[in-house]
Design a protein around this ligand. Structure first.
Ligand SMILES: [Zn+2]
Length: 138
């Protein structure tokens, strides 16, 4: 899986540069997608989603609690990649911090805000990726 260009972390940059040439979005200060995010005691790997698999599922990403992996479709725009990353990290916080579907709103919000603070504190590269992607595309 390492030799296939679709699986390369440079894939995003190549696609972003091509789109920038077509003036779809800017990539002046490109920041590479982090390879992992620490959520509570776990390192959750961030890897590219095979495009075909994402299309079949009609999703841009997924969090697998079994594999402890976040997959992201790298063929979408940087802002969509960024939003998908935030969405999948939220799923990982929900799962790893043991939020239950039957929990009440105040408990869910409390656990999610604590989880997000821990993620921001322990993952400066994630914060840098989010802020630079937003700055470059606003
Ligand atoms: Zn979801």
């Amino acid at each position: 899986m390492g030799s296939d260009p679709v699986w390369s972390y440079h894939h995003f940059k190549v696609i972003a540069e091509r789109a920038a040439k077509r003036r779809l979005f800017r990539v002046k200060n490109y920041v590479e997608l982090p390879k992992k995010v620490k959520v509570a005691a776990f390192d959750v790997a961030i890897i590219p989603y095979e495009e075909q698999r994402a299309r079949v599922g009609e999703v841009f990403g997924e969090f697998s609690c079994v594999e402890n992996v976040i997959r992201i479709d790298m063929s979408i725009s940087p802002m969509q990649i960024c939003e998908t990353l935030v969405h999948e990290i939220a799923h990982s916080i929900y799962w790893i911090y043991s939020v239950d579907d039957s929990d009440e709103e105040e408990r869910i919000v409390s656990v999610m805000s604590t989880g997000w603070m821990q993620v921001y504190r322990d993952n400066p590269k994630i914060l840098e990726f989010i802020s630079s992607t937003i700055k470059e595309n606003t």
